[in-house]
Design a binder for this molecule. Structure first.
Ligand code: ADP
Length: 157
């Protein structure tokens, strides 16, 4: 059984994240979406809400589960016996950070492999921070996030 961890802030989950998960779920036996709790990014939704929104959004993907963790991603991956870390890659601007992170994770835990899923063309421009910015300025993001996230966003603004 090949397990992969997909770590991130998911604040909130977007259709770009979901697209990565759907595609990765065909490559691995089990995907664990893992909400990183120690991020320095300011949160719009608390971790409990993010967990519930992600669970609702992936309920039709039988081999995908959702969890939250503190500390190093590699420690969480080790604890879950994961062989791979999934990350999404959008523009070139993602590359430098992702490259550094994958090298660091490899040096911390040589048995782990980071697997990158290229963003679909439709979602190359899409990020959680962009969604937050647009919503805070009164814009509509219904076409960019799952339905449950649309509802949750309407409650926080
Ligand atoms: P982090 O704070 O760890 O970057 P994010 O929730 O912003 O957490 O992103 C988690 C992962 O999903 C990252 O690898 C990011 O590049 C990827 N990702 C985010 N948005 C998209 C998208 N629209 N298409 C593909 N991958 C994406």
């Amino acid at each position: 059984m090949t397990i992969a961890v997909y770590p991130g802030s998911f604040d909130p989950l977007t259709l770009g994240h979901l697209d990565v998960v759907q595609r990765a779920s065909k490559l691995f036996d089990h995907i664990i979406i893992a909400i990183a709790q120690n991020t320095t990014k300011e949160g719009l939704f608390d971790v409990k809400t993010r967990l519930a929104l992600i669970k609702e959004s992936v309920k039709d993907l039988p081999n995908v589960t959702v969890d939250a963790f503190e500390g190093l991603t590699v420690n969480f991956a080790k604890q879950k016996s994961a062989k791979a870390i999934i990350r999404g890659l959008r523009a070139i601007s993602d590359f430098e950070y992702e490259f550094q992170m994958s090298q660091m994770n490899k040096s911390l835990y040589p048995d782990i492999e980071t697997v990158y899923v290229m963003a679909s063309l439709d979602y190359t421009f899409l990020s959680s921070s962009m969604v937050k910015e647009v919503i805070q300025l009164g814009g509509n993001v219904d076409s960019l996030v799952p339905v449950c996230v649309q509802h949750a966003l309407k409650q926080v603004i």
